[in-house]
Design a protein around this ligand. Structure first.
Ligand code: NAD
Length: 503
């Protein structure tokens, strides 16, 4: 048996269980269908085969989940922090124990390649461990004495929160949002993406098996315009942590306005990788390729624009074309696959539409630019050259294995092009000239920048974007800043003078 066949064999019982149970909602520790009885079918991007039915929830289901989260909040808020830490570590243990199942299910549900998803499951466990260890100190504050008062601060969890996640790496992103919320003492209503509902449910099961009290974490499935909207409008939900498209973020901000929602947005990107001619070009090539073609290019931090200095552009691009043409497109459960099928026909059509956009705009399709003639939403890794900064292929987030290469002559021009987009999530700079690296990183409009490196996530560092790429930061203590409220208390040290009115 090939490794692919072995993996398909291991997947089968997981699919059988999913088909038998479907993905109901989980509210207050109970499996419940949508109150309307509605459901939708979930299909695999690999071959469009049916995976399972999923609850199609609306306002009533969100209301039930929000009420459960509200009822569970005082208990979880006051749960001893050391115990909360233990529960979160047990969730991490549960993820590790089921990492293979999670990875296989994630690949089948999203089309992401196994070589990346097995790591994504383990990263999910690391997210829980990281925030578990920080839970006991989350409420620590400061002592800010004044002449008349002893001022102290503390932090308290904000209350029940809504978490809305996208489909690109749904398991990892769910842990990234939910682990700090739970560590802070918040209760959660999670609405996963309708295109990829499977692993959110596995995660929920793991959490309850780890001893998380019922109602602390509730899972409601459905469409963005229905369940998602209702969650953002619910008065008992105090904050919304959202990962997804910029235009959805804008809608959520409007939807949450009446109930004054606190929002945290991790949105889209059109991130530049800037390669100067003094850089280590072999490493730059590896990193540029990795950052756009891994995870099917369905990656918010992908380097979807290659800005390459004109002195080396021709040689660099020639090597790039050869490598892109050699990328292995294939079945996500084949361990040798580098790029799998895109999540959904709708997204496949969107990505493919840019091939015509590129032609119309006068760019060159130097690699890929077509979909192989086979079932599933497969797209050949694609490279556009002869592009310039104002083309749509250089401005819009394509969110697929598609790279737009743009030459530049000077440092100023590189910066001008790099910043000339609506987004500002990440940027990557390749140069061995230290003063240049300092100048460029200072001037780049991005929330996260790596110099001579691909994106290497370190959990204590701030993660998030500027401009249309987001509001707020995750990671380290920044996550707690979002899920918690600062509280100040001033204690009079004696009988200081109080202004007397009406005396
Ligand atoms: P999307 O915005 O279409 O959907 C994301 C989630 O929002 C889904 O659960 C969806 O059901 C829900 N939703 C949609 N409309 C809603 C509404 N009106 N109210 C409430 N919820 C609503 O995004 P997607 O297509 O699933 O994901 C891809 C996008 O996510 C890309 O733009 C990508 O860059 C972004 N992303 C960003 C980061 C980051 O950290 N910055 C990480 C991953 C993905």
């Amino acid at each position: 048996m090939t490794e692919l066949q072995q993996n398909l064999h291991k997947l089968q019982p997981i699919l059988d269980r999913l088909r038998a149970r479907g993905v109901p909602n989980r509210i207050a520790g109970q499996d419940v269908p949508a109150q309307s009885g509605a459901s939708f079918d979930n299909h695999s991007p690999v071959d469009e085969s049916f995976i399972c039915t999923v609850a199609r929830s609306g306002e009533a289901d969100i209301d039930a989940a929000a009420q459960a989260a509200r009822a569970a909040f005082p208990g979880w808020r006051d749960f001893p922090a050391a115990e909360r830490k233990k529960v979160l570590h047990r969730i991490a243990d549960g993820i590790v124990a089921r990492a293979e199942e999670i990875a296989l299910a994630e690949c089948w549900d999203t089309g992401q390649a196994l070589r990346f998803m097995s790591k994504a499951a383990l990263r999910g466990a690391e997210n829980f461990r990281f925030f578990a260890d920080r839970a006991p100190a989350a409420r620590d504050g400061q002592h800010l004495p004044s002449p008349t008062l002893m001022n102290i601060t503390t932090r308290v969890p904000i209350g029940p929160v809504g978490v809305i996640t996208p489909w690109n790496t749904p398991f990892m992103l769910s842990t990234w949002k939910i682990a700090p919320a739970l560590a802070a003492g918040c209760t959660v209503v999670h609405k996963p993406a309708e295109f990829s509902p499977v692993t959110a449910r596995i995660l929920m099961d793991i959490a309850e098996e780890a001893g998380l009290p019922p109602g602390v974490w509730n899972l409601v499935n459905g469409f963005g315009e229905e369940a998602g909207r209702a969650l953002t409008e619910h008065p008992d939900i105090k904050a919304i942590a959202f990962v997804g498209e910029s235009k959805t973020g804008s809608m959520i901000m409007k939807q949450g306005a009446d109930t004054l929602k606190r929002v945290h947005f991790e949105l889209g990107g059109k991130n530049p990788v800037i390669v100067f001619d003094d850089a280590d070009l072999d490493r730059a090539l590896d990193a540029a390729i990795f950052m756009i073609y891994s995870l099917n290019g369905e990656r918010c931090t992908s380097s979807s624009r290659l800005l390459v200095q004109d002195t080396i552009a021709e040689a660099f691009t020639a090597k790039l074309v050869a490598r892109v043409n050699a990328i292995k497109l294939g079945h996500p459960l084949d361990p040798s696959t580098e790029v799998g099928p895109l999540i959904h026909k709708v997204h496949f059509d969107k990505v493919c539409s840019y091939f015509d956009v590129a032609r119309t705009e006068g760019a060159t399709i130097a690699a890929g630019g077509h979909a192989p003639d086979q079932p599933g939403h497969y797209v050949r890794p694609t490279l556009f050259t002869n592009a310039h900064a104002r083309m749509r292929i250089a401005q819009e987030e394509i969110f697929g294995p598609v790279l737009t290469a743009i030459p530049f002559a000077t440092e100023d021009e590189a910066l001008q092009i790099a910043n000339d987009v609506a987004y500002g999530l990440t940027a990557y700079v390749w140069t061995n000239d230290l003063p240049r690296a300092l100048r460029v990183t200072q001037a780049l409009e991005a929330g996260m920048i790596w110099v001579n490196s691909e994106n290497v996530r370190h959990l204590p560092t701030p993660f998030g974007g500027v401009k249309a790429s987001g509001i707020g930061r995750d990671g380290g203590d920044w996550s707690f800043e979002f899920y918690m409220e600062q509280k100040h208390v001033g204690f009079a040290l004696g009988a200081h003078k109080i202004p007397q009115l009406g005396v």
